[in-house]
Design a protein around this ligand. Structure first.
Ligand SMILES: *Cc1c(COP(=O)(O)O)cnc(C)c1O
Length: 335
C-alpha cells in the first residue's frame, strides 16, 4: 500500500504570473519545475495550496466536490500572503481541464482523485525579505488516493496542548506550508513522548484545531465546534458536516469550547469526537491526553454518529444520495 498522496499523475496544469499578467494555462510535465535557488518561495515561504477531491460516479461521470470554496480559499490565502492575486475563473478552468484529462484515472469509490493546486513566489530576489514576490507560478497536481480507512476504524489519540499554538494567530485562515512547519515540532514531540497521533491545539484553553484538521465534539444531539474566527483554518469538510448535521436535526453549536468542558463531556458514555478534513472526511477520536492523564472519548471506539455523518457526506460525493446543496461540479471528460 502506498502512502496517501505519494502517487502523482505525469502532467499538471500550470500558469505563470510575470509581474503584470497571467499566462494562459498549459499542461506541463508533473515531474519537476525549474526554480532559481533564490526564488522567493524558497527563501521567504511565499506559498499556499489547496486540497480537494474528484469522485467517480456509477454512471462513469466525474464530479468535483465544492471546488468554488477551495478556489475562494486559495485566493484568500494568496491575498493574506501578499502574493500576486489569482484569477479565480482561470484557476477553476485549470482544475477542470487537468481532472478532465485524467478522468479515466479517477479511482472508483472508496477511492478518489486528490487535487492539489499550489501557488508559489518565483522571483529570484533575496533582497525581498520584506517585499512581495513580483512573479509566481500556479500549478494543479493530481494524486489518485485509496480508501483512507481501508476497512479499519482505529481511533486517534490527541494530545491537548494549551500552551503552544499551531501558527501565529493572524495566520490561521491561510492554508500554507509555513503554518504546517510551525506546528511540526509539537506534533513530532507528541508522537515520541505520548504516542499521540495528532496535537489538538487549545491556546489558552480554547479548543481550536489540529495541525491539518478541524475538531468536532458530538454529544448526543449536540455538535460543538469552534466558531469561525481568524485563528484557524475554515475547513470545507467542517462546513459540509455541520450543514448535513443541521439537515438531520442536530443542534449545531459554533462557539467557544474550553478544555474543561471538552474533558467533562467527552468522558461521558456515548460522547464522540472527530477530526474533519478533505483527506479523511471524518476521523474518529478515541483518546484525549492532557496533563499526564488519558481520557477515553465515550467508549474509545469509533462513534456511530461520526460514521453516520461520514457516510452521509460520502454518499453525496459518490452520487449515492441527492446533491441537495449543489456541491458537485461535473467534469468534461477528455477521452
Ligand atoms: C486543510 C486544513 C483543514 C481542513 O480543511 P478542509 O477544507 O476540510 O480539507 C483544517 N485545518 C487545517 C490547518 C488545514 O490546513
Amino acid at each position: 500500500m502506498t502512502a496517501f498522496g505519494s502517487v502523482f499523475m505525469p502532467e499538471m496544469a500550470a500558469a505563470r504570473f510575470n509581474g503584470t499578467s497571467w499566462s494562459p494555462a498549459e499542461i506541463v510535465s508533473g515531474e519537476r519545475i525549474e526554480l532559481h535557488p533564490g526564488a522567493h518561495v524558497l527563501q521567504y515561504a511565499s506559498t499556499c495550496f489547496e486540497g480537494l477531491k474528484a469522485f467517480k460516479h456509477a454512471d462513469g461521470s466525474v464530479k468535483i466536490f465544492r471546488m468554488d470554496r477551495n478556489v475562494a480559499r486559495l485566493a484568500q490565502s494568496t491575498e493574506l500572503l501578499g502574493m500576486p492575486a489569482i484569477d479565480k475563473p482561470a484557476v477553476t478552468q485549470m482544475i477542470l481541464d487537468i481532472v478532465g484529462r485524467f478522468a479515466s484515472q479517477v479511482p472508483e469509490p472508496p477511492g478518489s482523485m486528490y487535487i492539489r493546486p499550489s501557488h508559489i513566489g518565483t522571483e529570484a530576489a533575496i533582497g525581498k525579505a520584506a517585499a512581495s514576490t513580483a512573479t509566481s507560478l500556479l500549478y494543479v497536481m493530481l494524486s489518485p488516493v485509496g480508501d483512507y480507512f481501508a476497512g479499519n476504524d482505529k481511533t486517534l489519540r490527541l494530545l491537548l496542548d494549551d500552551e503552544g499554538m499551531r501558527c501565529a494567530p493572524h495566520m490561521g485562515t491561510v492554508k500554507c506550508g509555513g503554518n504546517y512547519a510551525s506546528a511540526l515540532l509539537a506534533i513530532q514531540r507528541a508522537k515520541a513522548t505520548v504516542q499521540a497521533d495528532q496535537v489538538l491545539f487549545c491556546p489558552g484553553g480554547d479548543v481550536q484545531e489540529t495541525g491539518a484538521a478541524n475538531f468536532l465534539l458530538i454529544d448526543g444531539n449536540e455538535v460543538i465546534t469552534k466558531a469561525l474566527d481568524q485563528s484557524f483554518l475554515h475547513g470545507v469538510t467542517r462546513d459540509s458536516i455541520l450543514t448535513l448535521a443541521r439537515d438531520m436535526g442536530f443542534d449545531v453549536q459554533e462557539r467557544e469550547l474550553s478544555v474543561d468542558e471538552l474533558l467533562e463531556r467527552a468522558t461521558k458514555p456515548g460522547c464522540e469526537a472527530a477530526l474533519s478534513g478533505t483527506a479523511a472526511v471524518l476521523a474518529p477520536v478515541g483518546t484525549l491526553l492532557y496533563n499526564g492523564h488519558e481520557y477515553s472519548v465515550g467508549d474509545g471506539l469509533a462513534g456511530k454518529t461520526t460514521k453516520r455523518f461520514r457516510q452521509a457526506l460520502n454518499d453525496i460525493q459518490w452520487g449515492r444520495a441527492e446533491d441537495t446543496h449543489g456541491w458537485l461540479t461535473a467534469v468534461e471528460v477528455k477521452a
